[in-house]
Design a protein around this ligand. Structure first.
Ligand SMILES: *[C@@H]1O[C@H](CO)[C@@H](O)[C@H](O)[C@H]1NC(C)=O
Ligand SMILES: *[C@@H]1O[C@H](CO)[C@@H](O)[C@H](O)[C@H]1NC(C)=O
Ligand SMILES: *[C@@H]1O[C@H](CO)[C@@H](O)[C@H](O)[C@H]1NC(C)=O
Ligand SMILES: *[C@@H]1O[C@H](CO)[C@@H](O)[C@H](O)[C@H]1NC(C)=O
Ligand SMILES: *[C@@H]1O[C@H](CO)[C@@H](O)[C@H](O)[C@H]1NC(C)=O
Ligand SMILES: *[C@@H]1O[C@H](CO)[C@@H](O)[C@H](O)[C@H]1NC(C)=O
Ligand SMILES: CC(=O)N[C@H]1CO[C@H](CO)[C@@H](O)[C@@H]1O
Length: 675
């Protein structure tokens, strides 16, 4: 249907090419009279109007319905097809005896073609009088034989009764009118009971149809009203030729009115026929070619809803949110950021916090690295790097040993861990943290120690300088210390040969440190716990850490460090550590070896005192020997050992043998025993 309409419309459009601003009227016609627009199908002059819609423009200023003097106030096509016009009032007047002296029924030839219906929706019938009834009539003009009789009664037998503004039957009545009314003709009833005798205060009846609410009753009007008065009212107009055709039927007939593209036919709401309308999204005049034009819904004053971005399209418009925004219904609901502000803020806050955390960590790591490097430098790292005799471990290298390795010792110095470095078993000495190394000689001492390679000295493999107190890495000696072996929980048998060998080799180790190296290195804390044993029970002396500091740093000699049970009393008195102090301690170690009793630092309970007391008496000293080894044939050897020990314990330092002497005497004792 639409296609069918479109084609001829296009054809006409291309042929006549109307100018845009005259689209609401026929080409070449005047579209306005006075201040009233005259859109087609209305028109002035021949060829400019559709039959029944002619308008005359009196003196070029006042539009009237053609063939009448009835003024036209307004003509509209949409949304409601309506013509507002002025029509005369109907009236009748009487003399005092109640005889009619003049009247007018309001008839005008306003609707010769029947295009108009007096709007029942917008108008009412008003009647003024004191004992009267009026009715309206339809179909009086020509071929419309459709008639109504309807009206109301106005009554007042006293001039004091009617009230201004009150049109409720007293001197004035009003009533709705039926639809389909074609004429302005009003009949008054007269005679009979509708007498107008002795009504000087109310000499005339007046009746008129006018827009609802337009007329305001004044009781003065009962006495006098200008009979040439006109009243405004609304007419519903429609295309009503060819009888009452449906839209579908009309569209197939010649003379179909809705000729614009994008127009549609609407059945008349009052009376037969139809009107035309532009389709949704278009406005203008559907009765002329291309009269319906697109509405720019996005124009600020257009009043179409859109809370987002408006885009006009042909016949419609789009309303969307711009990228990054969303709305459930952008036509009525505001577009909000897809990422709500709260989310943006929280992301910002989280991001900010993350950044701060990362920066803080970075700063901490940088500081930590600098601290590590500083410590490394202070501990003599650069010096040791040049030496190349010792491995310098990083803190992280040793970390896994502290984590996965086994804690094998704990004491005043700190902790000792056993673990694997590469494929080598090592013991790592981890000093108590917080002990800052103060000796400037430390690196040199480490170099010296690392150069010492002796089978009875625990080898220093390397160290880690990245901590306040450097950690030292030694070779791992599997059987633990002599102290553990002698006094451990399960006292395993230990033959005299093994014990003698331990004594011999320990003495050799100490003697080597005392004399064979370039520099005298004192131990300072010789005791069974510092004599470690390998799988073959060969001794290895450990823990030169203390001796190192004492031997080199004179300021520290006053500081007595070590186990008092093995400490040279002379050293304790003077504070001067000498090689003879180690000899004294070694004497105690020999006594422990042959007695398997632990040396203690107390006056009466000490094995040192016991041996010193009895060593002259061979029989009594025998009682002090470990019963496991005190067999008859070995007593001589044991006594010799005790005597050697007692020599070492001499309080006259000069009388003590040197460590080399001790070693030699032990070697001799061992050799004597061999065969
Ligand atoms: C039209 O103009 C003439 C001359 O100016 C005037 O006499 C006449 O009253 C006017 N008619 C109307 C209806 O205004
Ligand atoms: C005519 O009617 C239209 C729509 O009802 C209105 O906008 C316009 O103001 C009216 N014009 C006059 C002169 O009354
Ligand atoms: C004609 O169109 C206008 C605007 O689209 C609309 O408001 C009006 O209701 C329509 N009239 C009829 C009778 O459909
Ligand atoms: C009223 O009119 C009638 C008829 O015209 C007449 O006969 C009568 O005399 C009039 N009455 C008066 C008081 O004028
Ligand atoms: C007016 O009508 C009332 C009631 O119908 C009646 O009682 C009264 O007498 C009348 N007054 C006159 C002046 O006719
Ligand atoms: C009413 O109009 C007619 C013709 O237009 C005129 O003859 C008559 O005198 C007018 N009446 C009044 C009361 O103005
Ligand atoms: C049957 C009938 O009334 N036909 C008319 C329909 O309207 C056109 C245009 O007004 C007339 O030309 C026809 O005579």
């Amino acid at each position: 249907m639409w296609m069918r309409l479109l084609f001829p419309a296009l054809l006409v459009a291309t042929m006549s090419a109307p100018v845009a601003d005259s689209l609401t009227v026929s080409p070449g016609c005047v579209g306005r009279c006075g201040d009233v627009d005259i859109p087609y199908p209305f028109g002035i002059g021949s060829g400019c109007f559709r039959k029944g819609f002619e308008i005359s423009c009196v003196n070029n200023t006042m539009p009237v319905m053609a063939g009448t003097t009835q003024r036209v106030l307004n003509l509209t096509l949409s949304p409601r097809p309506e013509a507002r016009v002025m029509l005369p009032i109907a009236w009748q007047c009487f003399n005092s005896t109640g005889d009619v002296t003049g009247d007018f029924d309001g008839k005008v030839n306003m609707n010769p073609e029947g295009v108009y219906r007096i709007s029942s929706e917008l108008n009412q019938l008003v009647l003024l009088g004191c004992n009267t009834f009026a009715q309206i009539k339809s179909g009086v003009s020509g071929r419309f034989n459709y008639q109504y009789y309807t009206g109301c009664v106005a009554f007042a037998n006293d001039s004091s009764l009617p009230q201004d503004g009150a049109c409720r039957g007293v001197g004035c009545c009003r009533i709705d009118i039926p639809p389909g009314l074609t004429d302005n003709v009003i009949d008054f009833e007269s005679g009979g009971s509708w007498t107008h005798e002795n009504q000087e205060f109310c000499p005339c009846d007046y009746a008129f149809i006018t827009n609802r609410g337009y007329y305001n009753f004044q009781k003065a009007h009962l006495r006098h009203m200008d009979v040439n008065t006109s009243m405004p009212l609304s007419l519903d107009w429609a295309i009503r030729d060819n009888g009452s055709l449906s839209c579908a039927a009309a569209a197939t007939k010649p003379g179909y009115a809705c000729i614009s593209r994008h127009s549609e036919c609407v059945v008349s709401a009052n009376g037969p026929g139809y009107t035309c309308n532009c389709t949704t999204g278009r406005e203008g005049n559907p009765y002329v070619v291309d009269g319906c034009t697109d509405i720019d819904e996005c124009a600020p004053q257009a009043g179409y809803p859109c809370r987002g971005t408006c885009k006009n399209t042909d016949g419609s418009y789009e309303c969307t949110c711009r990228p990054g925004y969303q709305s459930n219904d952008p036509f009525y609901e505001r577009c909000t950021p897809r990422f709500p502000l709260a989310a943006q803020i929280s992301i910002g806050v989280v991001g900010g916090i993350l950044l701060i955390v990362i920066m803080t960590f970075t700063i901490i790591i940088i500081k930590e690295k600098k601290k590590i490097h500083d410590t490394y430098k202070r501990n003599g790292g650069p010096v040791l790097e040049k030496a190349r005799t010792i491995k310098l471990f990083k803190k992280v290298d040793l970390q896994q040993i502290f984590k996965n390795g086994k804690l094998i010792g704990k004491g005043g110095f700190g902790e000792v861990y056993k673990g694997l470095l590469g494929d080598e078993l090592v013991a790592v000495k981890k000093p108590i943290s917080g002990n800052v190394l103060e000796s400037k000689q430390f690196p040199n001492e480490v170099i010296i120690q690392s150069q010492i390679i002796h089978k009875n000295i625990v080898r220093l493999i390397g160290c880690c300088l990245e901590v306040d107190s450097p950690m030292l890495v030694y070779e791992f000696i599997p059987r633990g210390s002599m102290d553990d072996i002698l006094h451990g929980e399960e006292k395993k048998p230990l033959s005299l040969d093994v014990r003698l060998n331990i004594a011999v080799e320990s003495a050799q180790g100490l003697a080597y440190m005392h004399s064979q190296t370039n520099k005298v290195i004192l131990h300072g804390d010789v005791k069974p716990a510092n004599i470690l044993l390998n799988d073959e029970f060969a001794p290895k002396i450990s823990d030169f850490g203390i001796s190192r500091l004492i031997a080199t740093d004179k300021e520290h000699t006053a500081l007595v460090i070590g186990d008092r049970s093995y400490m040279d009393p002379v050293y304790l008195q003077t504070g001067m550590l000498t090689a003879k102090s180690d000899v004294y301690s070694f004497g105690v170690v020999i006594l422990e070896l042959i007695s398997r009793k632990k040396a203690t630092y107390s006056e009466d309970n000490s094995i040192v005192k016991s041996f010193l007391d009895v060593h002259k008496d061979r029989k009594k000293s025998t009682e002090l020997f470990d019963t496991e080894i005190a067999v008859e044939e070995d007593l001589d050897l044991l006594v010799s050992l005790a005597e050697l020990a007692v020599d070492c314990l001499n309080l006259d330092v000069d009388q003590r043998p040197t460590m080399t002497d001790v070693a030699e005497r032990l070697v001799i004792l061992k050799r004597c025993r061999k065969p």
